[in-house]
Design a protein around this ligand. Structure first.
Ligand SMILES: *[C@@H]1O[C@H](CO)[C@@H](O)[C@H](O)[C@H]1NC(C)=O
Length: 250
């Protein structure tokens, strides 16, 4: 049977619905971490795009290695998380950053380098939005879990911060959750200070707030720093506001 134009027009809403359904959404939880390790999406061919998440050497210089350098979390490895992948405030209500992710019913190949608009639904940041790109995952993450990459947020399971920055053997502060107050950020390596302060400024010291989330096309300001873009990232939902925005300081 050949399809007439009117049949195609009639089917269009169903087609659009199918396209929309590609983007995940739902309710989820957050935690925070900064373990200095190479993020898992920094290995080749993790996402469907052409380049892995940028990683850095011990001195925080971009490796541009195609993703093949061993993680600083492993003995003798020299690939670490770049400090440039620290969250920042776009304005009072919107911030950009990165996260280790686990999406229910999905897999790493589907979420590596995808972006999610998180709207906080609890705590002092309720109603604010953080758009994160998934750069990592973790065996200890539950369903719809976003482990926000924030310097000083705790090293969690693995710790390359001692190797990279000479941090205490369990990282700065508590292994899970990290430091306790903004004054602790003052002793941080210069490259990590702004990201550490972010937690107590824009993020208001929120402690693992819950979120509602939806997948969005990645803002260019995020992919410019991570170096990773998914093919066909143009999910039909667009993130809040412009895709290129200046940095905002309080
Ligand atoms: C904050 O930035 C976002 C993204 O550019 C924009 O959509 C929003 O209108 C801004 N909000 C304020 C209060 O300036």
């Amino acid at each position: 049977m050949r399809l007439s134009l009117s049949t195609l027009v009639a089917l269009l809403p169903f087609y659009l619905e199918a396209v929309t359904a590609q983007g995940s959404s739902g309710n989820g939880k957050t935690t925070r971490y900064w373990d200095c390790c190479k993020p898992s999406c920094g290995w080749p061919k993790k996402s469907n795009g052409n380049s892995p998440v940028q990683t850095c050497d011990k001195n925080d210089r971009a490796l541009n290695d195609g993703g093949n350098t061993k993680s600083g979390c492993d003995n003798g490895g020299n690939a670490f998380m770049c400090s440039s992948q620290s969250p920042w405030a776009v304005n009072e209500t919107v911030a950009y950053g990165w996260a280790a992710v686990n999406i229910a019913g999905s897999n790493e190949a589907s979420w590596c380098c995808a972006c999610y608009e998180l709207t906080f639904t609890s705590g002092p940041v309720q109603g604010k939005k953080l758009i994160v790109q998934a750069t990592n995952t973790g065996g200890d993450l539950g369903n719809n879990h976003f482990d926000l990459a924030i310097p000083g947020g705790g090293v969690g399971l693995f710790n390359a911060c001692t190797n990279q920055y000479g941090a205490p053997s369990n990282g700065w502060g508590d292994r899970y959750g990290g430091i306790h107050s903004k004054s602790d950020c003052s002793g941080f390596p210069a490259a990590l200070k702004a990201g550490c302060n972010f937690r107590f400024d824009w993020f208001k010291g929120a402690d693992n707030p819950s979120v509602s989330f939806r997948q969005v096309a990645c803002p260019a300001a995020i992919t410019a720093k991570s170096g990773c873009t998914r093919n066909n990232d143009a999910i039909n939902e667009t993130p809040t506001g412009d895709r290129t925005v200046p940095t905002w300081t309080p």
